[in-house]
Design a protein around this ligand. Structure first.
Ligand code: GCB
Length: 607
């Protein structure tokens, strides 16, 4: 019963939101028989009645909540449940009730009162189910979720489970090639929300700019009883809540906004990120009440050539980061204080963009970008694609991941590019057909934004770049390559950027560079892992970028990484990946001051 649209649940005069966040009961399925809970029907009654449970917060990753390694390193299924009540008055033939998960990693089976209502695979996008007929009104309800974190050769991202002989017998281990920790659990909010039985299922907007007139092209899809005709009308409000356009009837059309205020990502602009509100209403001739949904809309126009990406006709130069959703205790769990702090730091440092490396970030994080004027390179979870082969099922799962990402984020002005993959095995012969199909798929979904991917195979061996609009490349000069030799950076960065442009005749962006840095480690003259070394490594890159900025095709620089983050255990990581300009608890390293100086200088010059 998954619905087609996946609009963010916002309240309105026709919609009520009821949060199911909080402390749930939690229980691991045996590693040796992951399906034990399904077989024994653990979802038919409260988990605590079939075994020992512990308290688990939602939203959060479960891995770092306890002192138990078994929980941290668990492979397979984990169960969550809780009970809840809903008001008797919600039981009405005019009302639908939706259960929406904003993100569960990796796969989830959701049961309400013992009945399977949703099955979903893909860790970073929302899914929902119409639960109107499954709920018990005015009585206790039970919700149970089986979360499976297993990554295989046909999940996105890929991984592999192997058996390991231990002193306590055979155990499973999840292996993967990417370095961030494979956190799992109910990572994002869980809500019940109501709509009228005839409801706004989806809204798509595309914007354009002609001279000083903004154009909003929109399509509204109505869901529910199709026999009853619904009338759609839309209005547009400005930032102060005044109507600019009122009650235009029709489920699709073009709104013309004279003297439109545009969405700009500029720090120096007194009014960046201008957002209008598209107010959509449905009415019917029956007794079903109207539905109202308000969508923020930024009016802007993207363009691109073989040397540039433009917004509202002006070339953009990207200055930012790769990031992660990651913090102590929560893992990848949504946390308002953390994401607000992160945006304050992004503003403080003067960045204008980041990449959602290496998976879609929470909708609340994306809302910040829309409101604050941060440009997003929106990456799907296709990290290290090909590491475990290029099966057809993988291609299908990857396309599905792109479809779902687009469905969720298509209306966001902050999204200026789609990144279809990071560090795929693009020198393998299969990569050519694979990424041709991936690019075709993305283009079929959206022709209004350029597509890119972060490449790291040697330029001369790459087989995927020709299908992209923008070439992103990751390279660790003076870190993984020529460790300690910051005197090799300028030459190599310039040469590689030029080679990518020469090969594909596309705009080029450096999507990753950096080096691990232990906060508080000082070594002079600079030596790897010290704060001095990170400062030197970044500043040498800045010199290279400044020389490249004279070439018209070079469109931006992104440091790896915004903040330190957790990884799988390996001897090249000391308590995780330490390439952050900020520590994992979001305090600046010495390099943060340097980056701040550069990014603000670029803002003064270019914004
Ligand atoms: C990369 C990956 C990124 C890693 C980084 C590193 O190339 O894209 O996910 O974290 O290198 O630090 O090794």
């Amino acid at each position: 019963v998954a619905a087609d649209g996946i609009l963010y649940p916002t309240e309105s005069e026709s919609r009520i939101i009821h949060s199911l966040d909080g402390i749930w009961a939690f229980r691991l399925a045996n590693e040796s028989e992951s399906s034990v809970g399904h077989r024994e029907g653990w979802y038919k009654q409260e988990l605590r009645k079939t075994g020992r449970t512990i308290a688990m917060p939602v939203p959060a990753s479960y891995n770092d909540i306890t002192q138990d390694k078994v929980v941290r390193d668990h492979v397979g299924v984990a169960w969550y449940d809780r009970t809840f009540y809903i008001p008797r008055k919600w039981n009405s033939s005019d009302t639908k009730i939706w259960l929406r998960f904003a993100g569960v990693h990796y796969a989830a089976d959701v049961f309400v009162n013992g009945e399977l209502v949703a099955s979903h695979a893909g860790g970073h996008v929302p899914f929902q189910a119409d639960v109107t007929s499954v709920l018990q009104y005015g009585q206790k309800n039970l919700i149970s979720v089986a979360v499976n974190n297993t990554l295989t050769d046909i999940t996105v991202p890929q991984g592999e489970v192997q058996q390991l002989q231990t002193d306590a017998g055979a155990r499973f281990v999840q292996y993967y090639k990417f370095d961030f920790f494979n956190y799992a659990g109910i990572h994002r909010p869980v809500v019940l929300y109501t709509t009228p039985s005839i409801y706004i299922d989806d809204i798509s907007v595309n914007t354009d700019v002609n001279d000083d007139t903004g154009v909003i092209e929109y399509v509204v899809r109505v869901g529910g009883d199709t026999k009853t005709r619904a009338t759609v009308s839309v209005s547009l409000l400005d930032r102060d809540g005044n109507y600019v356009i009122r009650n235009v009837v029709g489920d699709q059309g073009n709104l013309q906004v004279p003297q439109a205020r545009l969405w700009w990502p500029y720090l120096m602009n007194p009014e960046p990120a201008y957002l209008y509100t598209l107010e959509v209403r449905t009415s019917t001739e029956s007794a079903v009440p109207e539905d109202v949904y308000r969508l923020p809309v930024g009016i802007r126009k993207l363009g691109w050539t073989n040397t540039s990406v433009t917004m509202n006709g002006k070339a953009i130069y990207i200055r930012g980061f790769g990031r992660h959703e990651d913090s102590a205790i929560r893992g990848k769990g949504h946390d308002y204080p953390l994401i607000t702090r992160d945006y304050n730091l992004i503003k403080w440092i003067g960045a204008n963009a980041y990449r959602t490396s290496h998976y879609p970030y929470s909708e609340e994080i994306m809302d910040f970008a829309d409101r604050e004027g941060i440009m997003i390179i929106n990456e799907c979870p296709g990290v290290d694609i090909g590491s475990y082969g290029f099966k057809d099922e993988l291609l299908e799962a990857h396309k599905t991941a792109l479809t779902r990402l687009h469905r969720r984020d298509k209306n966001r002005p902050s999204v200026v590019m789609w990144s279809v993959a990071n560090e795929a095995l693009t020198a393998s012969p299969e990569a050519y057909g694979y990424f041709r199909d991936i690019a075709d798929h993305m283009k079929a979904l959206d022709i209004s934004r350029p597509i890119t991917m972060a490449l790291n195979k040697p330029c001369n061996l790459d087989l995927a770049g020709e299908f992209m609009d923008v070439i992103g490349f990751n390279r660790y000069n003076a870190w993984y390559v020529n460790s300690g030799r910051t005197d090799t950076i300028i030459q190599n960065v310039k040469e590689e950027a030029l080679n990518w442009h020469k090969k594909y005749n596309k705009p080029v962006l450096m999507t990753e560079y950096g080096g691990d840095t232990m906060a508080g480690l000082h070594l002079s003259p600079e030596y790897i892992w010290s704060e001095e070394y990170q400062v030197k490594l970044l500043s040498k890159h800045f010199e290279a970028f400044d020389q490249l900025r004279n070439e018209s095709f070079f469109i931006g620089e992104m440091i790896w990484n915004f903040a330190d983050f957790n990884t799988a255990q390996t001897y090249v990581r000391v308590g995780g990946n330490k390439k952050g300009v900020f520590t994992r608890d979001r305090q600046p390293k010495a390099s943060a001051q340097l980056v701040r100086k550069r990014y603000w200088a670029l803002a003064e010059e270019l914004d």
